[in-house]
Design a protein around this ligand. Structure first.
Ligand SMILES: O=C(O)[C@@H](O)[C@H](O)[C@H](O)C(=O)CO
Length: 470
């Protein structure tokens, strides 16, 4: 007899796994320490006009598979009617068996809308009406969806020059208990050879209220913005290191490189490496001084399709996995920060699973400072955010490090309906532990196992980040 699809024991393949999930993981609150939700939409408690806006509005995961199923771009990111876009998605979903979107789509229908039917071309009209009626009703705004999902902390992703206007406004809201905090993402100030560098420097000047005409002034401005983020409760930074290179540099060299970038608009590859390396060491030291965690998202290969990048811009489903070198440059970067004042709490993610063993072994070289799990091997990210990828990441972490110190899952999403990814992760975690018990590879000790589950799903992240309470 086949197991019920998406039943209460979905992904749980032993009695131990079922017990761990239902008795320890299921009801825990969520700390979503990395996502791309809009603070403005949270503040405004945005309501979604329909499932198309809520589901397909910005989710490039869905856009990719729609393209792979031959759906015309007009029905994906184009100007087609909302219902036609939804119907196109409904036609695609039955084709997605094996893709996490098939599970996530039906989990979201179940958990947020109480809809158990499978989504397909035939059920689309009824599901469209039932879900939209709820989206238009009381209790389905952005903040309501966060509250319903028991999310206690949301960390958005923000530029140093951002005013954090909406984070400040959210803090004053009555009756909304979730803490919404900014994450400091200074990528645009590292990418010295990109067209965005100077325009964003101008934005930073405006935010800092002072001119930035030399490298020292840039560092002062970044330090002031880190303090601003900290005052508002920020405790996390985030860096996209699409390639990893490290080149030792002196302050004097980097000052000259920065001046050259301002006067000539570009620098040599070696100069870029020196600028980035020195600036990353500076930032790491500032993060460590404030007890922040530094996230390094490594080896994305972005905007691979030039024509579509020019048409739609970044984060539209045209990225891939990079297979560049990692270990030596990462070790030198982490070592340089450690030697220059101490490495902050650091979370290492790679988009390339081939990097997993190198990352997981690297972790062990920089643990310490009396901080449990100081260096983290980040949860399966982006293309790896699926059943096999999550299990592979947990197995690797267990084999190389200390799984019980893992700070667990995040959504990394732009959709307010994505919190079921935490449930998905929790079920897989409990199944991994349950499998070990069933095989006699772990003791059937529910005090021990239950503590590990609650720590990974919530307690470790709470302790690790020590976010300010609401
Ligand atoms: O943080 C990133 O750079 C990536 O996560 C990127 O934002 C990507 O679009 C994403 O959200 C993957 O889930």
């Amino acid at each position: 007899m086949a197991k019920k699809f998406l039943g209460e024991n979905f992904l749980l393949n032993s009695e131990t796994a079922e017990k761990l999930y239902h008795q320890y993981a299921k009801e825990l609150p969520i700390i979503d320490y990395h996502c791309h939700l809009s603070p403005q939409e949270i503040y405004e408690n945005k309501t979604f006009r329909n499932l198309t806006e809520a589901w397909l509005g910005g989710d490039h995961y869905k856009w990719r598979v729609m393209r792979a199923c031959g759906i015309d771009e007009e029905l994906i990111t184009g100007g087609a009617d909302d219902y036609d876009k939804f119907l196109a998605w409904a036609k695609v979903v039955p084709q997605l068996l094996g893709n996490p979107l098939y599970h996530w789509t039906h989990l979201e229908l179940q958990r947020f809308f109480g809809i158990d039917e499978l989504l397909n071309e035939e059920t689309a009209p009824v599901i469209w009406e039932q879900a939209n009626a709820q989206l238009q009703s009381e209790g389905f705004g952005a903040r309501d969806l966060i509250t319903k999902s028991k999310v206690t902390v949301v960390c958005t992703t923000d530029d140093p020059a951002d005013s954090l206007e909406y984070h400040l406004k959210i803090k004053k809201l009555e009756g909304f208990d979730t803490v919404v905090l900014p994450s400091f993402r200074p990528d645009k100030f590292l990418e010295i050879n990109r067209a965005t560098f100077k325009p964003w420097l101008a934005k930073l000047e405006a935010a800092a209220g002072k001119p930035i005409q030399n490298y020292g002034a840039l560092l002062d401005a970044l330090r002031e913005r880190i303090d601003f983020f900290h005052e508002i409760g920020g405790r996390v930074s985030d860096h996209a290191l699409d390639t990893l290179e490290y080149e030792k540099a002196t302050l004097e060299e980097v000052e000259v490189i920065f001046a050259k970038a301002l006067s000539q608009g570009s620098v040599t590859p070696e100069e870029e490496r020196k600028y980035k390396s020195y600036t990353m060491v500076f930032l790491g030291k500032e993060y460590a001084a404030r007890g922040w965690a530094m996230q390094l998202h490594i080896h994305a290969l972005r905007n691979t399709n030039t024509a579509m990048f020019q048409r739609l811009g970044p984060d539209t489903g045209y990225d891939a996995i990079n297979d560049g070198p990692l270990a030596e440059a990462l070790a030198r970067l982490l070592d340089a920060i450690e030697q220059d004042g101490g490495l902050p709490k650091t979370i290492l993610y790679s988009l390339n699973p081939n990097d997993y063993w190198a990352l997981a072994s690297m972790m062990g070289s920089f643990q310490g400072g009396g901080v449990p799990g100081k260096i983290q091997f980040g949860t399966a990210w982006w293309f790896n955010d699926n059943k096999d990828g999550m299990i592979q990441q947990m197995h690797t972490l267990a084999n190389f490090g200390v799984l019980s110190q893992f700070i667990g899952m995040l959504t990394d999403s732009r959709s307010f309906l994505s919190y079921t990814r935490h449930e998905y992760f929790r079920r897989l975690l409990c199944d991994v532990l349950g499998d070990w018990v069933e095989r006699g590879e772990a003791p059937e000790d529910y005090d021990l196992l239950g503590r590990i589950v609650t720590d990974i799903c919530y307690g470790n992240a709470k302790r690790y980040f020590a976010f300010p309470e609401a």
